[in-house]
Design a protein around this ligand. Sequence first.
Ligand code: GCW
Length: 704
Amino acid sequence: MMVGRGLVNRCAALLALLLSLAVAPQARAEDGYALWLRYTPLEGEALARLEAFSPAIITGTDYLPTDTDEAAVEELERGIESLLGHPLPRRSERKGSILLRCHDNGRDVGDGSFTIRSTGTTIHIGGRDPRSCLYGAFALLRELSQGAHPLSIKLDEKPAMPLRLLNHWDNPEGTVERGYAGRSIFDWWTLPEHFDRRLIDYARANASLGINGTVVNNVGASPLFLTDAYVPKLARLADELRPYGIRIYISARFSAPVEVGGLPTADPLDPRVQAWWKTRADALYAAIPDFGGFLVKANSEGQPGPQDYGRTHAEGANLLARAIGDRGVVIWRAFVYSATDETDRAKQAYNEFVPLDGKFDDNVIVQVKNGPIDFQPREPFHPLFGAMPHTRLILETQITKEYLGFTTHLVFLAPMWKDVLDADTGRGASVAEVVQPAGMAGVANTGSDRTWSGSHFDQANWYAFGRLAWDPGLSSEAIAREWAAQTFSRAPQFLDAVVPMMLRSRQATVDYMTPLGLTHQMATGHHYGPGPWVCDLGRPEWNPCYYHRADAAGIGFDRTETGSNALEQYAPAVAARWRDPRTIDEDYLLWFHHVPWTFHTQSGRPLWDELVHRYDRGIEAVDGMARTWATLEPHVDAERFADVGDFLRVQQREARWWRDASLAYWQSLNGLPLPQGARMPEHSLDYYRALTFPEEPGHPHAPN
Ligand code: GCW
């Protein structure tokens, strides 16, 4: 009896094994950890071409390979073996070669520019410093992963801007402000002795995009990072990331001389304070010769800064810049809004910073968010771009989706960043051209989650940030396509469905959250769901009411001459495009104009009907995304297919929540019936107002 059952069990096990071997290769379990560096085995002709090439990977024989060269070789071996689906043949049996030759007599002169060319059966990757070979290796793998013919790949690439930085809002104890993907990936507690190998995969992912620097701690900075105890921790991290072309930076707390320096003041003009910062910078550079520099959030949202001593942002920034000297940079954030200034919040950074143009030292860079308020689903570009011709500006974007549904809403951000980069400032340059001498910074969405980003599709935003910082001329479509091909499937049927879905996702979110130029309608604190009714918080600009200004007669923020006149901060040609509510791009209508509910929009519908239409359009788009995804099961491994489907269901439900709660509130003000055929909100306004989410992730200390 026992024997009989054993036999049955063994047969069943054998059958299960046979069945599992019979399923398609894409069905193997995946959890998203590998990001876009999966190097899924090629098939068909692409596989045959790579087999015929089976290269030896060789670095130039006339110089000593660096750690960076070695990282490039290792990645090529790993990638090509995986694309082949088997280990490379022994060296003597290899058919072609990849020759890496990136050096300039040992001098570090390059910026990572590289060329890829083939002659005969050899692919040459060349450039002037080891980073060229690293970036070239990843670029070659990106092409091969998409099925390109190895010997016809020809690339000539140069990074568009020098600084391509991640900004981590990670706190030393492991929480992440506005982080939705678990805990911090940096474990300060166990450094320097222990280094989490996961960070090598983080470094590979960044290097694959050309990201070349990382600010490791939150801009609401802990002074701990400026203590002696943190020097060896930072040095270990820098040593491990250096082979991948990544320099480290820290956010510096302006009041640190008082908190950890034992001084009675942090006044930038006090010689003791100046000496303290110089000593700290020297200690960091002694341990980390290529330390990138300091990032500073000062006099904003309660952070300390030079204004506490009656000094300007320029005096504060120059204090740190002189401590750093020509060894690195000080990146000073323009995201400031005063606790006392009653001016339109959208105007404050411009008002404070334009008068300081030309007063910053050469190694200071001013970091400007994409829009004048705060990472909203849609904002016009920040008026500081083009308005400070004597100051280097770096563009700050937010990869983590604080105001865009965190990780459960699928929103591909490349179209948003392209809007900003491509915007003509009207002052002789696009935003991309304005920031070209400095670069781009992205508030990271990484965390301890297996997916790194909290969801599979949020990886695309990390990817898109890096690709755009390398080349802002890339189209959102090209980025979506290469990401999706590497991350999920290179099948054209898959890509033709998923890419348009990604491209539409941002407008969908704008429509169901803040249509027609509405902004900052998110509920207090966590910034997740809708809260248009919030009107009673301490500071006016913490309240959604401040931004929508709705009443029985109309809605919108008048930023023209009759209102705050924020419009005048833009170049005349740009202001002219936005001045007239009848001709403005309606995605900015309520950002710049207060109009009656009966206002005639470009569709011919009255504003109220158009608003309802746009909320509904957003919901339809999300429903469409869910339908599209459901058809893609044959192309995606089971675990990730289910994960994405689950989150799309959350997004469908929450798009309806956004619409219904917002409409219930607008109706409570305007008393208007819904247009014919429109669905009634599912619940009463009181129901929506009563919802609370004390367990929301991502706001460990945030006040609003
Ligand atoms: O978007 C806001 C966030 C704050 C953040 C701030 C900033 C780090 O709500 O959490 O603080 O921006 O950019 O400084």
